[in-house]
Each structure stands twice: as C-alpha cells, then as structure tokens.
Design a protein around this ligand. Structure first.
Ligand code: HCI
Length: 353
C-alpha cells in the first residue's frame, strides 16, 4: 500500500514516521485531534506486512481514540503510536527493544506534550516506565514507578459491562447458560472470560497461545476451538479481544451470535459491516465505547486525579452510554456504530460552536 493513499483519506492533524536503520523498526505517531485536550493513545508494537499498513493502522486507531475519549467524557484528544517491528517482540533482543524505545521517546519528546502515549498490544507498564523516565509523555507506568499500573483489569471491567448491556438489548437479561465465544486470551480477554464464567456463561475460546488456552480450559472450563473457527462459531455472544479489522461484510454475514461486544480496537473493517450486523439483528456494542475502560483508568488516575472507586463508577457508566446508542439506533433505524459516531460528532460540534 502506498503511503499517499493512507494519509490522503485521513482527516487527522499530524502523522509522522521514522525508520531506524539500526534496529529495522519503523515508528509512526498519528495525532488525530487535540480539540478537547492533548492527544492520548497507546503504543502498539507488532509486525506489519508493509509500512503503509502500519501507518494506516496508526491513523485509524488514532481516530478511534478521539471517539473513545468523547464517548467516555474524557478531556483528551486522540492519538496512537505504531512501531512496526522487524520480528515479533518476543524474538527481539532486549537491547534492540531498548533502542527502539529510546527512538520512540525521542519522537514523543519532539511532539512536546501534544501527544501522550500509553500501553497497547506489544507494550506494557514496564515500557511506559522507560518512556516516562526518558521524556515524561507516557501514561500507565507500573505501580512501583508511581503509576496506576496495567489498564487491563479496567478495560476488562468495561467490556464485561458492555457485554451485559448489549445482551440485555438482545433480550438476554442474564448470561447464565449463555454460550460466549471469546477470541483472544491475553490479559484483557482472559479477565473478561473470567468475569463471564462467574455469571454462569458457557465459554468457548480461541487464542494462538496454547498455554493461555490451557489455562482457560483448566481454570474456567472453557471449550477451546481453533483460531480459524472462531468467526462464525454458533453461540449467543461473540467477544473479540484480539487484533482488529477482522469483521468485513463477508464475516459479518456469517457471524452466528446475537451479540458482538469485545475489547479489540477497530473490530469492523468497514462501515458497511456494521450495517450487515444491524440488518441481521445482531447487537453490536461499538468497540470504542466497549473498550473505553483502559482510557478511563489511565486518564482518570493520571490527569483527573480520580481514585479507583471513581474510575470503577465511570467504567460502569459505559452501560448508560451504550443504552443511549442503542436507543438512537432504534429510533433512527441506523446501525449502532453509526449511532455512536453520531453522538461523538454532535459532542465535538457542540464543543466547537
Ligand atoms: C486504548 O484505549 O486503546 C489504549 C489505552 C490508552 C488510553 C489512553 C491513553 C493511552 C493509552
């Protein structure tokens, strides 16, 4: 994919990239909006097929962060960092990763506070400790370093709240006995699975990591299926907690659950996929609303001075935001995704007026 194609179709503020010859890493920071406050959003470190793909992921994810901040009522803009690695993070020598983090910190320093980063796929609190020490513009440091620690538990709390709200909308007030298909058993996916098992849900789960699957089977009684079998698996609720962009029109027409609500960013590969789900009567909880718990935790604790109880209460509010979105979608006969984007647009327009 050509870079021009990516940035020409993106309405954001700034997207900058840097190739580090020594490590082979290609680093991108996208700042989508600073209308409500400094931009914030995590650093994603993974392997991409092309640099164009990496830039496109950064810009799309940055735009989602803007929507996420608005939906969660947080006084921040949206941004994202993507580090396209030469090999998977687990295969990188520690010194190489440290050098990559140094380059990233230099880039953050250059943006001088118009963008703050945080953890995302491939990064965690220990990396934020390093970035914060180097440049200061990082949320989500470890508790030992004086930060609020991992955002995974609050993200999972929010996803659980979203699953419950979407299930109610689909006519399932309780999850006892419901079949819930969880895609991805990372820190968030496993935590969501645990909360759902606690409600008596029957778990079906898939992950590329065999050890994570074993744990879910042993601890939660999950039935493990192959990662290629998860889309279209028959059940009541589908909970995507792996990478995004996997629900296109074709996948949307094959999904065999009544609800889709998960932690992954950019679940839908296109706007039309949302319409396919909606036409089929499947209740979709827009990703940037359902997975807002992490942002509420980080921004709440580090910018707004909230304690854990206030953070938890705000995460519970995700249910009310979703109920509003579901009502709007029903009233206007539009998809829940369109309804969510409409609420975001209205809120940004109001603030700008
Ligand atoms: C995310 O929500 O996708 C990443 C978490 C995050 C939220 C706010 C600032 C940095 C990272």
């Amino acid at each position: 994919m050509h870079i021009d194609e990516v940035v020409h179709s993106w309405p954001g503020r700034l997207c900058c990239s840097r190739f580090d010859e020594e490590t082979g890493a290609f680093l991108t920071i996208a700042v989508d909006s600073t209308q409500r406050g400094p931009a914030a959003g995590g650093t994603r470190a993974m392997v991409y097929e092309s640099f164009g793909d990496a830039v496109r992921d950064a810009t799309r994810l940055a735009s989602s962060m803007t929507s996420k901040m608005v939906a969660a009522g947080l006084p921040m803009g949206g941004g994202k960092s993507v580090i396209a690695l030469p090999v998977p993070r687990a295969q990188l020598e520690p010194e190489v990763w440290q050098r990559i983090l140094d380059r990233h910190a230099e880039n953050l320093a250059m943006l001088n506070g118009s963008y703050f980063t945080g953890p995302d796929i491939g990064t965690g609190p220990a990396d934020m400790d390093v970035l914060h020490q180097r440049c200061g513009f990082a949320f989500g440091r470890s508790e030992q370093a004086g930060g609020p620690g991992s955002s995974a538990p609050e993200t999972a709390h929010g996803v659980y709240v979203a699953v419950r709200a979407a299930a109610r909308e689909a006519g399932m007030p309780e999850l006892d006995g419901a079949t819930v298909v969880v895609q991805g058993l990372g820190a968030v996916g496993m935590d969501v699975a645990r909360r759902l098992a606690g409600q008596g849900a029957r778990l079906v789960a898939a992950d590329v990591d065999a050890l994570a699957c074993e744990r879910a089977a042993d601890e939660l009684g999950a039935r493990i299926i192959g990662v290629d079998d998860v889309l279209g698996f028959a059940g009541d609720v589908f909970v995507p907690c792996a990478v995004g962009n996997m629900v296109d029109d074709v996948v949307a027409s094959g999904i065999d659950t009544r609800v889709v609500a998960g932690a992954a960013n950019n679940v839908l590969a296109s706007d039309s996929a949302a319409r396919v789900l909606s036409r089929r009567g499947i209740v979709y909880a827009p990703d940037f609303v359902a997975n807002g718990g992490g942002a509420i935790h980080l921004i709440g604790r580090e910018v707004l001075g909230w304690g854990p109880e206030k953070v938890a209460a705000k995460v519970e509010d995700i249910a009310h935001t979703l109920e509003r979105i579901f009502r709007t979608a029903r009233a206007l006969r539009i998809s829940t995704d369109e309804a969510a984007h409409r609420l975001v647009r209205e809120s940004l327009d109001q603030a700008a007026a």
